[in-house]
Design a protein around this ligand. Structure first.
Ligand code: DOR
Length: 431
């Protein structure tokens, strides 16, 4: 048994218990034992000095691409989960669009076991919704869940077939897991590579209209209403999608959704100069879309923030814009970018942000973490919310460096990340 851990001198921000105060945190046997200003320190405890730092439940990201198997030149389970703890994430959900896709129980078991072996962030596998992510035949969902899958998704691609989506939303209820939908109507995307509009026209690039996303969100919300199944809409980017999500919330449907840090602050303007680092799916949109998704997140119409961490190799991003892959490397910049997008300008409190990045994901997905309440697994992040730092992709723990944020100053630095009471990350220079 390990020694108790006593974290002292910090400010505890835990929205799950409405705590924002100077307090100590005591961890015993990998679980939270107590949080408070006047808790005593056991004689045998290891002490962690958190003076000047904020202490919160570890961040949870329900949308990450780890690329293993088949894409290890971009990322693998080890590098991805190390990037996660460096970004303050104590739990990540791994998308199944690997090569081959994670569509059978052996593959799910492999991701889970490999994740555990790394001893970084907790890695939870998402199983494919359809065999080979081909969108035709449903996977053996019961077997995937039995092997450890926490959700199903064909992310990277949408579940296009309405009948299949209906059956997925029906069948997953038996296992109490969500269907994570990459909402996109391929007939409307039609080879598009960026947001449809003036910039795409000026650059001579094919555009993806907001309706490609919003039409699918509308359909899926109706299917959730029909079936009662838990629909989770991935990476919401379009203002019209928000209208459908609000409609679903107003009716009390089992619909949740996420927005990425990049869609909360960046716009299509970044694509100018044929900047492939800003090529992502769904694409960066207009300021009015950024405002709409931000307001929806503040209101709770969009439930959580998820990175859609999508590592890609340097050479792949160096291709012509049309041929470069979609995706932004997100785990290590997420917290700083969200601080800049939401907390610095006063749209959200720090506590609000921690809710959307930790308590919220735990709440909507039924996880025991995302809280510092007594008995919860001791997944904790220590950070300096006001510290400025410059993004240097060469220092990423991720194997890939694809980010449009290189050289940008962000606010809020992750200092120490604790998983199950074990200190698994300490920022360089602070060890
Ligand atoms: O930009 C994206 N990259 N969007 C996706 O849906 C998939 C992801 C990837 O796997 O690279």
């Amino acid at each position: 048994m390990s020694r108790p851990l006593y974290i002292e001198g910090g400010r505890v921000v835990d929205p799950s218990q409405d705590i924002d105060d100077l307090a100590a945190v005591l961890v015993v046997d990998g679980r939270i034992e107590a949080v408070g200003a006047d808790i005593s320190k056991p004689d045998d405890a290891e002490t962690l000095d958190a003076t000047g730092l904020t202490i919160s439940p570890g961040l949870i990201d329900v949308h990450v691409h780890l690329r293993e198997p088949g894409g290890e030149h971009k990322e693998d389970i080890a590098t991805g989960s190390k990037a996660a703890i460096a970004g303050g994430f104590t739990t990540i959900w791994a998308m199944p669009n690997t090569d081959p896709p994670i569509d059978d129980p052996a593959a799910v078991g492999y991701v889970r076991a490999a994740g555990r072996a790394v001893r970084a962030s907790r890695v939870m596998p998402i199983g494919a919704a359809s065999i080979g992510q081909q969108g035709e035949k449903m996977t053996e969902i019961g077997e995937l869940v039995h092997a450890g899958a926490v959700a199903v998704s064909d992310d990277g691609h949408p579940v296009r077939n309405s009948g299949l989506m209906r059956r997925l939303l029906e069948y997953t209820q038996t296992f109490d897991i969500p269907v994570l939908q990459h909402a996109e109507d391929p007939g409307l995307t039609h080879g598009g590579v960026m947001n449809e509009g003036r910039v795409a026209t000026e650059l001579g690039l094919r555009g993806i209209p907001n309706a490609a996303e919003a039409a699918m969100v509308a359909r899926d919300v109706l299917l959730s209403e029909l079936t009662g199944g838990h629909l989770h809409v991935c990476h919401v980017s379009a203002r019209q999608s928000v209208d459908h999500l609000r409609w679903a919330k107003d009716r009390g449907l089992a619909v949740t959704s996420e927005v990425t840090p990049h869609h909360l602050i960046l716009t299509e303007e970044l694509v100018r100069g044929y900047n492939t680092q800003a090529k992502v799916n769904p694409p960066l949109r207009l300021e009015e879309d950024v405002v709409a998704v931000r307001e929806a997140l503040v209101e709770g119409v969009i439930d959580v923030i998820a990175t859609d961490h999508a590592p890609h190799h340097y050479d792949e991003k160096e291709r012509e814009f049309d041929d470069a892959p979609f995706g932004i490397n997100g785990l290590e910049t997420a917290f700083g970018l969200c601080m800049q997008a939401l907390v610095d300008p006063g749209y959200m409190t720090l506590s609000g942000l921690i809710d959307r990045m930790s308590c919220g994901p735990a709440r909507i997905m039924g996880l025991p973490t995302g809280s510092l309440r007594r008995g919860a697994p001791a997944d904790i992040v220590l950070y300096a919310p006001e510290e400025k730092w410059i993004v240097d992709p060469a220092r990423f723990h991720s194997r890939s460096r694809n980010t449009p944020l290189a050289g940008r100053e962000l606010t809020g630095r992750i200092q120490t990340t604790i998983v199950g009471g074990e200190i698994r990350f300490v920022a360089e220079g602070d060890a």
